[in-house]
Design a protein around this ligand. Structure first.
Ligand code: ATP
Length: 592
């Protein structure tokens, strides 16, 4: 079961979120700067319009008579400003989108690279849906804020410029117009305060929703087999209802505050207009001054609304960035230690020296386990379910770190070797073979991308996969996996064996590789294994005699402890527990 304390209900440090966004922006500073410069240009053109208007009206009506000749250059200037504003606005938008897309792509790549590096331990605990949400909806929130940065900058400049011009035109009117500002700020703050916890909850619920959807799709066979479709729909509806309720709560909060945010500036505008018109009538203010003043007031409103909107978006973005940070902050526990050496090629001798191990929950799984597998030989790890067989297999490529003791390959402690060089020498075939939605050729060559066709065909032949591949519509070029042709369990396993073989490993680990197939298919795989095991040190985790007997020796575990080591036939003869275990499943099947 994934541990929900890791992702999903974790603490969010919004300062870390802000830092993450800041650093992502710094990486794209050139595009950001281009957007800002264009934003400044856009503002310049925009603010110039009321200034020109002011002088057009004041000059044009200077002697009470509008004069076309005097107005003409100003009208041309106004047209130039309008064109400049559209051009700068268009380019600003382009650079804003370019920058925000790059920032999101950078972060997505960082997240992806990071969780590829994270150990098995992390992936054991984390729900896939949580990770998917972080790579999708969370990054979308960040992008949705970042894209507005140049526009926000343009609006802040407009705001400051408008206030300066208003004071230049008439101090009293400017002061009156700005009197509503504190009220506006207060209203916007109240709205943000009410909205931000709701918004954080919506983001979390959306991750939960992704988890339910992801699990329903990934586990669709289990759902159908057990007739739990309705239950899955019920789970999805429950989470979707929560998302809807939170979204409605957010809409209600907005419905209260947004009209206030719109009404307050309108009231201020009316008051100023009333006062200004009286000033014009009494000859204390020129008409052009009043018109341009009203223009400037108009320029104040949109920046204020934008800041209100973007404050909410900023909160969403930092919460999302904090959630992304929590993934990036996870330590990839399995890393090269300082001074780690590349593993030299050797014969493939494996030695467990007093190894104890427990997973994150602290429960002991392997207890002072010691054994040795001579180079080029094969050993089967056998024991009752849960005794730690697969754990032994997973420790050899250092998917997890041992608590104490050491694992040696050709006399080198695997902890002191680089992880890459260690894993390059080992190939593993798991119980569930994962095939990528790609051709069989690419699936076989996955661990060895520069392998030529001859090598791939040879690996397929050795793995006894050549016959069924030849019968497929496009042979090696048949697309398999989620998007393609579905293969049987035995066929998938043989592709996995071919994949493992292609890397020409010194050590081959077969972790329950024949567990999920029936006895007839097991025999086919067994034949393939017999060929590929030759000359390699092989560790087989198995519970069926047909596969176990492939190994020269058996290591019998119980409760994570070594109970016996010897030949299969000898243990059958001498150890009743072992005999019972081997007889168990087959006896139940009436096979023995
Ligand atoms: P089986 O024959 O059923 O496959 P096994 O002998 O291979 O069992 P392991 O898979 O090695 O057993 O598991 C040993 C113990 O460790 C079990 O009690 C299991 O519950 C626990 N365990 C296995 N994997 C994890 C994990 N990722 N996190 C926590 N505990 C685990």
């Amino acid at each position: 079961m994934p541990d929900p304390t890791i992702l999903g209900t974790e603490e969010l440090d919004t300062r870390e979120g802000a830092r993450l966004i800041g650093r992502a922006l710094v990486r794209r500073k050139v595009v950001l700067l281009a957007g800002m410069v264009l934003a400044a240009l856009y503002t310049g053109f925009k603010v110039a319009v009321p200034v020109i208007f002011r002088s057009a009206v004041n000059r044009g009506f200077a002697d009470g008579q509008p004069t076309g000749a005097r107005l003409f250059p100003l009208i041309v200037l106004l047209i130039v400003m309008a064109l400049g504003q559209s051009a700068a606005g268009g380019f600003r938008r382009y650079f804003a989108i370019r920058m925000s897309t790059r920032v999101a792509t950078d972060l997505r790549q960082r997240l992806f690279e990071h969780w590829q590096r994270l150990s098995f331990g992390f992936h054991d605990r984390v729900q896939t849906g949580q990770l998917m949400a972080r790579a999708n909806s969370d990054l979308e929130q960040i992008q949705n804020f970042v894209v507005y940065i140049p526009l926000l900058f343009a609006n802040l400049l407009t705001f400051v410029a408008a206030i300066v011009f208003m004071f230049v035109i008439n101090v009293a009117m400017a002061a009156a117009a700005l009197a509503v500002l504190p009220l506006l700020v207060l209203t916007a703050r109240l709205m943000a305060k009410r909205l931000s916890p709701i918004v954080a909850r919506i983001q979390q619920r959306l991750s939960d929703l992704t988890t339910v959807v992801e699990e329903s799709i990934a586990g669709v066979r289990v759902v159908k087999a057990l007739g739990r479709e309705d239950e899955q729909v019920r789970r999805l509806t429950a989470v979707a209802d929560e998302v809807r309720d939170e979204a409605l709560a957010a809409a209600r909060a907005r419905a209260i505050y947004v009209p206030l945010l719109i009404m307050l500036p309108s009231v201020a505008t009316l008051v100023v207009f009333w006062y200004g018109a009286r000033q014009v009538i009494s000859g204390q203010l020129e008409l052009g001054d009043l018109i341009s003043f009203m223009f400037f007031i108009g320029l104040l409103i949109w920046p204020l609304q934008l800041v209100g909107e973007l404050t909410a978006q900023w909160k969403r973005a930092v919460a999302s960035a904090a959630r992304a940070h929590n993934v990036l902050d996870q330590d990839p526990q399995i890393v090269d230690l300082p001074g780690a050496r590349a593993m030299p090629r050797g014969d493939g001798q494996i030695k467990f020296d007093d190894v104890s191990f427990s997973y994150d929950n602290g429960r002991s799984v392997l207890d002072h386990l010691s054994f040795e597998v001579p180079p080029g030989s094969s050993v089967a790890i056998v024991g009752p379910t849960g005794c730690g067989k697969s754990t032994v297999a997973r420790l050899i490529p250092r998917f997890y770190e041992v608590d104490s003791g050491s694992i040696l390959i050709d006399g080198c402690d695997i902890k002191e070797m680089t992880v890459r060089s260690l894993r390059d020498r080992i190939a593993i075939v798991f119980e569930d073979t994962f095939l990528f939605s790609d051709t069989i050729r690419e699936n076989i060559a996955y661990g060895c991308i520069d392998a030529d066709d001859a090598k791939i065909e040879e690996a397929a032949r050795l793995a006894r996969a050549d016959e069924f591949i030849a019968a497929l519509p496009d042979g090696l070029d048949t697309v398999v996996g989620e998007q393609g042709m579905t293969l049987s369990g035995g066929q998938r396993q043989r592709i996995a064996i071919a994949r493992a073989l292609l890397t020409d490993p010194e050590i081959l680990i077969l972790d329950s590789a024949t567990t999920s197939v029936d006895a007839a298919v097991e025999n086919q795989i067994r034949d393939a294994l017999e060929v590929v095991m030759k000359g390699r040190t092989t560790v087989i985790v198995a519970d069926r005699p047909a596969t176990v007997s492939l190994a020269q020796e058996v290591i019998y575990l119980e409760g994570g402890r070594l109970m016996a080591q010897g030949r299969h036939q000898d243990l059958i003869r001498e150890m009743p527990e072992y005999r019972n275990l081997m007889a168990g499943p087959d006896a139940r099947l009436g096979d023995s």
